[in-house]
Design a protein around this ligand. Structure first.
Ligand code: NDP
Length: 460
């Protein structure tokens, strides 16, 4: 039974179940209904105490977690998040999404997620290192290259993965591919830092091509992005590379709006400053923002401030687009919405976007087309799985190899969602574009469910 105190998990569960139930899957293949009861319960949840010493030699204590949700398709795989809001509801929602996302990549990875309520902001480098070592002291008993392979997520980037890897190596006396997002000289994959943002933009490229029958691409499109961390930075860079204009970025304190478009130089400045946890408000004092000025709006998200937009890419955190903000985006002309963040849109926002899609009157005038994070942000975990493959073979691919594999697999993943949505849709408006939420949920669910039947996790 769903715990009433787990609102984010309940929301993620409802999104998957409601779309599966609106399709014809269970009518055509009733055996899949049984899977719903089983798949919603994690195979294992590990909770632990993390005691560490701050710079004043005082004891600090945090909660640590790893949710090993589903291993039907491979070792548990999913990031670690360090943020004061982390709790079991958040990690179960992220882990549940991860199961189907990982299935969509077509690679052998199960679903998991973990993290801590530790807040790294305002902490010294030494404190972050001591925290990572204390966290791994317990986590190291439960993970391994063939068991569970964590990666980064919010506030867990290259530096933290380095400390976590170092701690694992010391504790277990084993140099192995137990984490992804590693440094390039010790087992990392080229293009892993870029992968989620690049993959997101490759996915949207397919949406644009499909909806306009190949007549349009990113050239000249106005793109609103939220967040200014790993995913947002590389999504923005790829949009600029493809000829689009990035009209916004944001962080937890506020938003910047750039009428003429954020530049690649400004993104490089943001990337450097964010490692030191600086806010955008401070960062825009850098000379890079003198020649191309931006407007700063404190305490705001971008969506109602961006003016006319063609594409919206939420890339900060969950539930960062409300129903009203979705309506504002629609009024601003948005045609494509794709999540870099996990569950970036509230259910109200999804209802607005999906309602617009269904109201399409003619195929030549496509309305809004929404893509859920579990499909559009799968590029990160996809390249993580390629990193695992390179580690197993003790080789390193070139950037071109990784990027081309990422590109190819994002196209496959998009087409797979279209195929499933078309096959199982009961929607009567044949002029509307297929539902990418329904398609992604169906494609991921069926693959996981079939493996669970094969393993005897569930039976008909
Ligand atoms: P980062 O920590 O690098 O960046 C997060 C960004 O979001 C920062 O700009 C941060 O602001 C902002 N942010 C975080 N929490 C909030 C909040 N509660 N309200 C407003 N803004 C917030 O994380 P990532 O870029 O790695 O992750 C962003 C999203 O993408 C997450 O939802 C994550 O789960 C998802 N994702 C990440 C993947 C990856 O490979 N990294 C893969 C797939 C999905 P500030 O700087 O002020 O803290």
């Amino acid at each position: 039974m769903v715990q009433p105190s787990e609102p984010e998990f309940e929301q993620a569960l409802n999104e998957v179940y409601s779309t599966l139930k609106a399709s014809s899957l269970f009518e055509k293949e009733p055996k899949y209904l049984k899977v719903l009861d089983v798949v919603q319960i994690p195979e294992r949840i590990i909770q632990f105490r993390v005691v560490w010493e701050n710079d004043n030699h005082e004891v600090e204590v945090n909660r640590g977690y790893r949710v090993q949700f589903n291993s039907a398709l491979g070792p548990y795989k999913g990031g670690l998040r360090f943020h004061p809001t982390v709790n079991l509801s958040i990690l179960k929602f992220l882990g549940f999404e991860q199961i189907f996302k990982n299935a969509l990549t077509g690679l052998n990875i199960g679903g998991g997620k973990g993290g801590s309520d530790f807040n790294p902001k305002g902490r010294s480098n030494n404190e972050i290192r001591r925290f990572c070592y204390a966290f791994m002291r317990e986590l190291s008993r439960h993970i391994g290259q063939d068991t569970d392979v964590p990666a980064g997520d919010i506030n867990v980037g290259g530096r933290e993965i380095g400390y976590l890897f170092g701690a694992y190596k010391q504790i277990r006396n084993s140099f192995e591919g137990v984490l992804t997002g590693k440094g390039l000289t010790w087992g990392g994959s080229l293009i892993r830092p870029e992968a989620t943002g690049f993959g997101l933009v490759y996915y949207v490229e397919q949406q644009i091509k499909y909806a306009t029958k190949g007549k349009e691409d990113f050239t000249g499109k106005r793109v609103a992005i939220s967040g200014s961390g790993n995913v947002a930075q590389y999504a923005a860079l790829k949009v600029i590379q493809l000829g689009g204009k990035v009209v916004s970025l944001s962080d937890s304190k506020g938003t910047i709006i750039s009428e003429e478009g954020v530049t690649a130089e400004q993104i490089a400045v943001i990337g450097k400053a964010k490692i030191a946890f600086k806010s955008l408000e401070e960062i825009i004092k850098d000379p890079a923002f003198e020649t191309h000025p931006v407007k700063y709006i404190a305490g705001a998200r971008p969506w109602i401030h961006v003016g006319q937009v063609d594409v919206a890419l939420p890339c900060a955190t969950q539930n960062e687009v409300s129903g009203d903000e979705a309506k504002a985006l629609v009024a601003a002309g948005v045609k494509y919405v794709a999540e870099g963040s996990n569950m970036g849109s509230t259910q109200d926002a999804i209802d607005v976007f999906e309602g617009e899609r269904l109201a399409t009157k003619s195929a030549s005038a496509p309305a809004v087309w929404y893509a859920p994070g579990k499909a559009s942000n799968a590029g990160g975990v996809l390249v993580s799985a390629l990193e695992m493959g390179q580690n197993s073979q003790r080789i390193q691919w070139t950037s071109e190899q990784v990027d081309s594999e990422l590109h190819k697999r994002m196209i496959n993943l998009f087409e797979e969602s279209i195929k499933y949505a078309t096959q199982y849709s009961k929607e009567s408006n044949k002029e509307s574009l297929p539902s990418l939420v329904m398609g992604a949920n169906l494609a991921g669910f069926v693959k996981v469910a079939d493996a669970m039947f094969d393993h005897g996790d569930v039976w008909a």
